[in-house]
Design a protein around this ligand. Sequence first.
Ligand SMILES: Nc1ncnc2c1ncn2[C@@H]1O[C@H](COP(=O)(O)OP(=O)(O)OP(=O)(O)O)[C@@H](O)[C@H]1O
Ligand SMILES: [Mg+2]
Length: 469
Amino acid sequence: MCRVLIADDEDAIRRWLTRCLVKAGHEVEEASNGNAAIAALHTSSFDIVLTDLKMAGSSGLDVLRAARALDPPTAVIVMTSFGSVKTAIEAIKGGAFDFMEKPFRFEEIETRIAKALEGGRRAGGRDGTGGTDEGAFDFDRIIGSSASLGRVLNVVKKVASSNATVLILGETGSGKELVAEAIHRHSPRKSRHLVKVNCAALHESLLESELFGHERGAFTGAQRQRMGRFELADGGTLFLDEIGDMAPGTQAKILRVLQEHEFERLGGTRTLRVDVRLIAATNRNLAAMVQAGDFREDLYYRLNVVSIEMPPLRDRREDIAPLANAFIRRFSDVLNKRIDGLDGDALTLLMQHNWPGNVRQLANAIERAVLLTDSALIRRDHLRLEEASPAIATASEPERASAVKIPLSGIALGDIERDALVEALKMTNWVQKDAAELLSISPRVISYKIKMLKIECPKAVEVHMGGAA
Ligand SMILES: Nc1ncnc2c1ncn2[C@@H]1O[C@H](COP(=O)(O)OP(=O)(O)OP(=O)(O)O)[C@@H](O)[C@H]1O
Ligand SMILES: [Mg+2]
């Protein structure tokens, strides 16, 4: 008996296969398209994956890539239609165990399954099916004890050893970059560079020059030849942060590197080849951006083969106490203070808070509390969270408490905007990204407005955080 995943968008074939396999004593899960199959691979383990090649959305090759990355011992058998031998060969090169041309008889499948199962592939069995250990964990500096973070870490562990592209989704401050670092550090590429690029920070042409490098004279100001980040990351990992903010032209070039592993420097004609593993992250809803035509669908599927969704902190409140304690230890060490922990009231407040800025915001709140306190326990008032945002136990309806009050003498609209910005910045301990989130604007827009309105941010807070966290 073994566990089989069948991915085929033709209902009749899928059902027929399921009936036969169940009759033969196997346990079967069905997926009616590639996306569903990849989702199933994220949550459970299979001995055999039978996948059709051509499906809408993620193809059979994507399913193969996901299986290779998430669960290397799984044997993938691809089912092709007449005349698609070329793709079938590509599949074998990509690590498929075998392929079968449709139509076929069930006995042919059975023989292949038997062949895949013998040969000691499964000697020793597998290590559970995605279950999480009870209790707190601290995997590679990633702290927490919630089941949802446990699931994330399982995927991180599974995928680290492969070369698969990973897409990390989640709200600001939820730990996307931390996860990207963990994947790199647990991969065979760990002795080479992890190169990071923030795609939202640079305009299109600058970003491209940063990524691909440029030749001398490629544009005004290009006085010397310059290596790009892809070249720097050769043999290692490239982390493309905020990929949802990437311009369409650049998206096309990234797709080419993913498919062909090659590119040219700006202004150059020589084609360069690199061996780079890509990890991408964004806090935007990429699927919705694809629907709206703002993000290339082909690139999305190419990136989304293995995806990790960081749950927001308010949806995994079990992580709050272990995180808070770890931050207390960290900051009291840095500030050379003896602090034992939080008192009951303070912990309750942390547990009830809504955390729009997620773990980063929690770290900031704890750092400030450690700074302020002169007792061994952190109290509720040290956290200064009440004034930040009211404790919201149920996070579904954001509060709209402080409507603007216009004085009788009138007020310029610009002043209201300035006040709103300063207020949001104060609430988030001057972390611009978190403030931007509160105001539903992008980090780029808030940074622009801060400059335009000449809002002065107390640097000390941010500089210190960057160094300590
Ligand atoms: N589970 C965790 N354990 C320990 N520290 C964490 C955890 N999650 C996040 N952090 C810390 O919180 C801060 C924010 O995390 P990170 O930069 O990875 O978030 P992000 O999702 O990339 O945010 P953004 O979208 O704003 O770039 C970092 O200082 C990180 O070290
Ligand atoms: Mg980040």
